[in-house]
Design a protein around this ligand. Sequence first.
Ligand code: NDP
Length: 499
Amino acid sequence: MIQRPPLAEDKLAMLIGGRWAAAASGEYFESFDPFTGKAWALVPRAGVADVDAAVEAASQAFRGEWRSMTASARGQIMARFADLVAEEAENLAVLETRDNGKLINEMRMQCKYIPQWFRFFGGLADKIEGRVIPIDKPGVFNYTKLEPLGVVAAITPWNSPLMLATWKLAPALAAGNTVVWKPSEFSSVSALFFGRLFEKAGFPKGVVNIITGFGHEIGDRMVTHPRVAKVAFTGGDATGRRVYQAAAGGLKKVTLELGGKSANIVFADAKLEAAIPGLVSGIFAATGQTCIAGSRALVQRSVYDQVVEKLVAFAKTARIGDPLDPDTQVGPITTLPQRKKVLDYIGIARDEGALQLLGGKVPEDKAIADGWFVEPTMFGNVSQSMRIAQEEVFGPVLSIIPFEDEDEAVAIANDSIYGLAAGLWTQDIGRGIRLPDRLEAGIVWVNMYRATSYLSPFGGYKQSGFGRENGRTAIYEYLQEKSVWIDAGNSIPAPFVQR
Ligand code: NDP
């Protein structure tokens, strides 16, 4: 096993108002390494009092130095932060892998890529322009400004902890908001190290606050706190619904990035040597723990047997093991309850009559017996009525569904409450242009899968959520428009008539 040195500090601290603090209660919880199955860090267990302190700090910071700073100065701090993250990328990646068990290669890629978000949105900070309206009233000057909302509550899941937080924090800060961020209880360690860099980069105290704890204990207070203006949430759809309802009470602005059951569609005319690894990367990369997992492989019937055979042969070669080992291709599941959920779904698929083609259990290899693994699993001849075709598993389980023609592929792909992403493999250029229009998904990849960028919008259709992250328009999710009217003609108001 690769060495896992202990953390330098016995107990980690949260960032509230520029202070590194224990929870007001003094309580901690253990964070587990999913490969060893052992606790490896002690994280503060925030309570409602800590949420209140963090929101108060963010609220004060919003009204203070941060608000009066020029947008260019804000952007420069963000650029400095990007440089610091780039320097720390390797350390952050190792912390993430130890905390959530995802492959070091993937966490390295993400941590090296994160600075681009802070550079891009930091660069955008001073390019947010209002408009001069050619108003239809003589002698009146009317212009608009885009202003920040205030305190943003950012709530993030465990699967890509820093990356998904970055998708919220970078546009929120560039727009001039302040933030209270709660990472998942299963992946808080990297967040607290990331937090140190905000200080070093020169963000004023209280602009970024990080509180750690259990969603069921503090989530509601974060979402309903009267001084929180906006909630930016990524997580499961059940939690997303709860968050949306709670936020409605205070008429908060909300963006939700939720789950998916994305279709990865292979036509008979596809280049199969690309489509097969494309299907595998869609589901087994990140051990299926990604909202954009291509968890439904739709395969045209004329090549169905051939694709299944190649897919099983390819997936069988995937190396399961220590996520810190760069040669590992499939790591553990991040949490024990999530492993149970994945194994339960495998049982449900079998009971529903799906044909198990691969995997289906915990690996027998004793060398990895302490880790929370599930074998890469595939089910063939899955039909739309099966739960395994409809519900998000969030694990390494692929449902393979045959189809006859384009119309049927579209019908099956769209027969889902979700609409986050879709993949399409074809050599027919017409189909490659035609089908993205017909697929009900916020992201469509053609002859590729699972690419994201700070430049391109990301978000769901249907019950995969609303609002967009990434791309220049994402910054408008954190801004509001003000219209300013000035009488430049010294006219005397007619008091009883609308002007
Ligand atoms: P959860 O929905 O359980 O948790 C997400 C976050 O919400 C965590 O920080 C969690 O805290 C917090 N939370 C839990 N209860 C509440 C509450 N009542 N109020 C406010 N916040 C709360 O998701 P997971 O962490 O289990 O992540 C996996 C899920 O996220 C998957 O279903 C996946 O589809 C979805 N996801 C979606 C993505 C997207 O972009 N669309 C990206 C990644 C994941 P705690 O951890 O303490 O429970």
